[in-house]
Design a binder for this molecule. Structure first.
Ligand code: NDP
Ligand code: MG
Length: 389
């Protein structure tokens, strides 16, 4: 029997974290859980840590340490809390780390995991959007293996296996189009948070579900792809494919196009990253193409989904622009989920923050942090000026 691989799950209580733990629990001989983390869900984290025999459980909210200790008393699981404890958990150096914290809050722990030089499965796209160049430099310096978990990027990674980046003519990211793919602007103006988080194909956390509804998710993924697969921005395209069966495609210069297909279940790309370079069995539904019957495609609508152009312009301009885009979007999505702004205000706030704030290009993680905070300040004051009647 081979020694189990040690694994750490950042964002263990979330949608991607739970899917990862579901797969790990099905192969108990192959994986040993080192650390699991959450932000405020003490009960959920303690339950996970006990069920998976983790060595360490870390709660990001420093004020919850006593609660976590109480929940883990007598179990043998060590408890820690606060942002530095998240970084320390990464420094334990698991063989395989899942980076599934939502938002820029995932940047420091993800970077700490990359610096260990082992394997990092990346779901936390916001960190790559805001600090892409710095993160890819850290990957090169540490020799870490970065495996994309976002379904589109995982699909591209699989389609590139055995191919050469210089032979790529186009990378085509597919987008479901979200719950408002066919909605009029008038209807979009009035949608509620409950309607926006109800994705037609995928079950995901609230923030990424809203991003899918505005299509900012696809904008963030364009930036993510730019860093992961350096073929040049002019070779990255987006096509709407409502069934979410083809997860993305790579066209080579001989005009041969490779696609990766699968059920819309995040356990498919997560299983790929867990077993890579081998394969493991997953409990996911096999594709039943006869029942699906047809695959449709359409061009994205830039008028109803302005987030797409904002993201492309931000990565074209480079420097601090993607970090500002991400920070303003995080603020706007949170305000929308709390019912403080309307759905169409999200992209408007991102656009205005980008217009009002134009700092120099960041050269360190500390500078990214400062830009993120400043951009949030601009976005918050803009969000506060929005009145919902
Ligand atoms: P969820 O909201 O379901 O889970 C987020 C996780 O991060 C939870 O464990 C949460 O803890 C933790 N967390 C939240 N805020 C902080 C913080 N400030 N510091 C530390 N931990 C924090 O998100 P998802 O699982 O949907 O998404 C996770 C990431 O993966 C996102 O970047 C998303 O874009 C990406 N992704 C997700 C996909 C999906 O299908 N869900 C698909 C592709 C990418 P707590 O429970 O205590 O709040
Ligand atoms: Mg995706």
């Amino acid at each position: 029997m081979t020694t189990p691989r040690t694994v750490t799950i950042f964002g263990a209580t979330g949608s991607v974290g739970q899917s990862t733990l579901d797969l790990i629990a099905r192969s108990p001989d192959q994986f040993a859980v080192q650390a699991v983390t959450a932000q405020s869900d003490v009960a959920g984290l303690a339950k996970i840590a006990i069920a998976h025999h983790a060595r360490l459980a870390v709660i990001g909210d420093g004020s919850r340490l006593a609660d976590l200790k109480a929940a883990l008393a007598g179990t043998g699981v060590e408890a820690a809390a606060g942002p530095q404890a998240l970084i320390d958990a990464a420094a334990l150096g698991a063989d395989w780390t899942m980076a599934a914290i939502v938002g820029i809050a995932g940047l420091a722990p993800t970077l700490a995991a990359i610096r260990q030089g082992r394997t990092v499965a990346l779901a936390n796209k916001e960190s790559l959007v805001s600090a892409g160049a710095l993160m890819m430099d850290a990957v090169a310096a540490s020799g870490a293996t970065l495996l994309p978990v976002d379904s589109e990027h995982n699909a591209i990674f699989q389609c590139l296996a055995g191919g050469r980046v210089e032979d790529v003519a186009r990378i085509i990211l597919t987008a479901s189009g979200g719950p408002f793919r066919t909605a009029t602007l008038d209807r979009m103006r009035a949608v509620t948070p409950a309607q926006a988080v109800k994705h037609p194909n995928w079950s995901m956390g609230a923030k990424i579900s809203v991003d899918s509804a505005t299509m900012m998710n696809k904008g963030l993924e364009l930036i993510e792809a730019h860093h992961l697969f350096p073929v040049g921005l002019d070779r990255l395209e987006i096509i709407v494919h409502p069934q979410s069966v083809i997860h993305s495609m790579v066209e080579y210069r001989d005009r041969s196009t490779l696609a990766q297909l699968g059920s819309p279940d995040m356990r498919v790309p997560i299983a790929h990253a867990l077993a890579w370079p081998a394969r493991m069995a997953s409990p996911c539904q096999p594709l039943d193409l006869a029942t699906i019957g047809r695959l449709d495609f359409e061009a994205p609508d830039p008028v109803r989904f302005p987030a797409l152009a904002l993201a492309r312009a931000a990565i074209e301009a480079g420097g601090a622009r993607p970090a500002i885009l991400n920070a303003a979007n995080e603020v706007a999505v949170a305000a929308f989920l709390k019912g403080r702004i309307g759905f169409l205000d999200i992209a408007a706030i991102v656009e205005e923050t980008l217009r009002r704030y134009s700092p120099a290009a960041p050269t360190s993680i500390e500078e990214i942090g400062a830009i993120d905070r400043e951009a949030r300040g601009h976005a918050i004051s803009r969000a506060e000026s929005v009145r919902i009647d």
